[in-house]
Design a binder for this molecule. Structure first.
Ligand code: URA
Ligand code: SF4
Length: 233
């Protein structure tokens, strides 16, 4: 067999192995979440909602907290807000299946109240581990709580959604260089219809451009990983 073929085979095995260990580490995070009692929200939940999507996704969506439907199904954004999110993602050229979707807190706050600061604090290590594992290029923060929490974690100054929605910023989260873009929560547009237009414009405009950038960068990184491998061998 030619040495090039051997090399490509070895590289394939290397990528496969990386995929397996990523999956294993992910299962550890999910299982820790499922038995977590680090904050009072564990008392009210039917199911934990760790998140879902490809573990090598270039784009991650971070929402606020599971609602009633999400709590029942153990999956993020499956209710009415989730339907709207799916449609918005399409406007940015993304199918739901291509993105990793999760929330700032993994258990439903009773009566859909906002998560409290100490609950966010208790839960955020899980999100940081998900980011470290998945290494997204772009994080779309939906809603004020997700946005201000991610800005704070990145050491960025949050002011208001009115000022910062649709703005792409460079950040480092869990040691990963990402871009963050904040927008309104789709649930907000359900009870305040004029917001829907603003959300649609964000997804059609700045978010779509940020997604294209993220997908392009991803290509560069894939090529880089073969070079890294050649360097190591
Ligand atoms: N709203 C959120 O912020 N997250 C969900 O998963 C569902 C609704
Ligand atoms: Fe644990 Fe997060 Fe659920 Fe609180 S919300 S119990 S920290 S998983």
């Amino acid at each position: 067999m030619s040495s090039l073929l051997l090399l490509l085979q070895a590289h394939g095995a290397y990528l496969l192995d990386e995929g397996f260990s990523r999956r294993r580490e992910y299962e550890v995070i999910v299982s820790e979440i499922s038995s977590c009692r680090k904050c009072p929200l564990h008392r009210y939940r039917k199911n934990t909602v760790p998140g879902e999507g490809p573990l090598d996704a270039s784009v991650m969506v971070v929402g606020e907290a599971p609602g009633r439907r999400e709590d029942e199904e153990g999956r993020p954004f499956v209710g009415a807000a989730g339907k709207l999110l799916d449609a918005l993602l399409e406007l940015a050229g993304l199918s739901r299946g291509a993105v990793y979707i999760t929330n700032i807190v993994k258990c439903r706050p009773p009566g859909n109240r906002d998560p409290k600061e100490e609950e966010i604090e208790a839960c955020i290590p899980y999100l940081l581990r998900q980011i470290a594992l998945i290494k997204p290029k772009l994080v779309i923060a939906v809603g004020r709580h997700a946005a201000r929490t991610l800005y704070r974690l990145a050491g960025l100054q949050w002011t208001s959604m009115t000022r910062l929605h649709g703005r792409l910023v460079d950040a480092k989260l869990a040691g990963v260089s990402v871009k963050i873009i904040a927008t309104y929560h789709p649930a907000a547009a359900l009870y305040k219809p004029p917001l829907r237009r603003v959300l649609e414009d964000d997804f059609k405009g700045p978010i779509k451009r940020a997604v294209e950038l993220a997908l392009g960068l991803r290509g560069e990184r894939r090529a880089g990983s073969l070079l890294d491998f050649l360097g190591q061998s």
